[in-house]
Design a protein around this ligand. Sequence first.
Ligand SMILES: Cc1ncc(COP(=O)(O)O)c(C=O)c1O
Length: 408
Amino acid sequence: MTSPFLPPPRMLMGPGPIDADPRVLRAMSGQLIGQFDPQMTACMDQTMALYRQVFCTANQWTFLIDSTSRGAIEASLVSLLEPGDTVLVPSFGRFGHLLTEIASRCGAEVEAIHVPWGSVFDPQQIADAIRTVRPKVVAIVQGDTSTTMLQPLEDIGKICRDAGVLLYCDATASIGGNPLHTDEWQLDVVTVGLQKCLCGPSGSAPITIGERAVEVIEARRHVEAGIRAEYHVNGQGPRIASNYFDLAMIMDYWGPERLNHHTEATSMLYGSLECARILIEEGLDAAISRHALNGQALAEGLLAMNLKLYGTQANRMHNVVGVYIPEGVTGDAVRHSMLHDYGIEIGTAFGPLDGVIWRIGTMGYNARPDAVLKTLACLEQCLLSEKHALTSGAGAAAAKSIYASAAQ
Ligand SMILES: Cc1ncc(COP(=O)(O)O)c(C=O)c1O
């Protein structure tokens, strides 16, 4: 008999996942109930209601996709885009490339525009590209963890609305730690995940869909044979090219008809509900301020350790900081020592930033002063071992002074 897997003690201070809130783990250990049990459907309805608050929306169609965040991206794009449709992807990091990749697998004509990594788009650049490309959908990331940048979205929704274009947004990494106003900013579809600022594990992806997008999806509704009743009328549009990620069918499952689709991932549902309860209990504004404060303390601590931060700091997400690996320091050796000597995970980076920066997160359950201070203190030891010049104690002291001024 093999022994059970016992996860070692760790503190996850990378770009996500992070340690789950113990309340979420507790909620997930609840016993399963049948998927049409009235208590189960009531739990689904309660989850929808709470996620409307999380997304700042009145959208009826706010529910969960049973997958990691990437699945909800795929569900959105495959359900909105028909082969031959044009999609504009303003890309400022790895997850812009992911939108491009998924949209092209849907058979869409993808027009990607780019800004250098470490920066974000001016809304005018997107307006100009819309005029040239005339897309059906603009697909954009709000917070791209690969570069730590947060794309301002306030004006982009209106630009898309005026041009008659749908706006899809991947807010996986930013929701709960940075402002996101689905209705006020006129975002048509937003998808997220639990494993960043929402304090949960990956494996459930909340989504919200506004009326304009619902219309497009409903026109493609084809109820599956075997559960189709005579009164079901198929939409005029082409059938959505994925069964598992067919938003029309998933909406029928979460909607009043409760038409069977997949078997709901009950334990993830319990966990997702608890994530939303925790956030709403704290308050959206309070959670965002907590992320801003801990992010600032971490950044100031790193600067005080004679390190340089990556990217335009005015556009940095609250919950993850990119920091240059200093000259003469081996990035992987520091990460290895952080993990094995101190039990703290910090992030490496992708593509052109691999070996150039570390990414350190302060998010969700780990957006706490003690987590930031421990990370800085241990990082200092690792940097000293690598002969990086710094003043002992300066990092934690700088972070503490940020907390002290915030407390005044
Ligand atoms: C912005 C963004 N989008 C999408 C993803 C993919 O999420 P998942 O790994 O849960 O599928 C991530 C994961 O880090 C992310 O940061």
